[in-house]
Design a binder for this molecule. Structure first.
Ligand SMILES: CC(C)(COP(=O)(O)OP(=O)(O)OC[C@H]1O[C@@H](n2cnc3c(N)ncnc32)[C@H](O)[C@@H]1OP(=O)(O)O)[C@@H](O)C(=O)NCCC(=O)NCCS
Length: 230
């Protein structure tokens, strides 16, 4: 596992120059090595030793991983600093975190209170994922996002609170002329423009209807458009 943890860095960081450099100078790699050992101690019920090792790793790397956290294979924390991973966090294989990521809890009640990240998730720098939610396979969390709801697989989420920015085709909102709904972020200006375009289409169609001539944009104005939009 440790060999895989080191080897996966080359594929995910173009700045990496060989195994020795990664092994000696990457705090994120040091953090996962210490965590693998601390987790062993934790599972062997050597709780104080595990906590002490985690504390030491944190002092050296600025990455705070609770020894009970479950972390899969080929895990990579780029830059290391400021990462916090809580006790009941579960992380799948091939997950990448950047600096400043928190996988945190939202309750003081014992039990599962930290997120689950499925295989292949990428979490951008400064993002916070809070609560016992699941981030689905291959999902990507934007830098500085705050995610408090489950994320379906393969989605990209950005913002505070985190919103999915890739709209499935059936949810796209298209004005008479222009597709303004290229993502699911709240966009009041886009909505206002969409309504204005619909209104212009309606007025043009009504004028054309009154004058008995072809509408200006026949491709986009169906017969029903001569009725006022809601
Ligand atoms: C979220 C992320 C993975 C999306 O990448 P992508 O799939 O290429 O998506 P795009 O860049 O096309 O962005 C999609 C939309 O989300 C917006 N967006 C992207 N990242 C965002 C972020 N962190 N916060 C807010 N909005 C963001 C873009 O402006 C774009 O909006 P638009 O459609 O209105 O133009 C990427 O932006 C990101 O944050 N990666 C983390 C990288 C990182 O932490 N690097 C640290 C290196 S040290």
């Amino acid at each position: 596992m440790l060999r895989e943890d080191v080897a996966c860095v080359a594929a995910r960081d173009p700045a990496a120059n060989g195994t020795l450099e990664v092994l000696m100078t990457y705090p994120g790699v040091h953090a996962i090595i210490w965590h693998r050992l601390a987790n062993r101690l934790w599972r062997a019920r050597l709780r104080f030793a595990a906590r002490f090792l985690s504390w030491f790793a944190r002092a050296v790397t600025h990455v705070d991983i609770h020894p009970a956290a479950t972390i899969g294979r080929r895990f990579f924390i780029d830059h290391g600093a400021g990462v916090v991973i809580g006790e009941t966090a579960e992380i799948g294989d091939d997950v990448t975190l950047y600096h400043g990521v928190t996988l945190g809890g939202t309750s003081w009640a014992p039990g599962k209170r930290h997120p689950t990240l499925e295989d292949g998730v990428l979490v951008g720098c400064g993002a916070k994922i809070l609560g016992p939610i699941t981030v689905g396979k291959g999902a990507r969390i934007g830098a500085n996002s705050v995610v408090v709801d489950a994320v379906p697989p393969m989605m990209t989420v950005v913002g505070i609170p985190g919103r999915i920015v890739r709209a499935p085709a059936e949810r796209r909102r298209v004005s008479g002329r222009i597709d303004l709904d290229h993502h699911l972020m709240p966009d009041p200006v886009g909505e206002a423009i969409c309504e204005l375009l619909d209104r212009i289409d309606f007025l043009e169609a009504r004028l054309a209807h009154r004058d008995g001539r072809a509408p200006h944009c026949p491709d986009f104005i169906p017969e029903e458009a001569v009725h006022e939009p809601a």
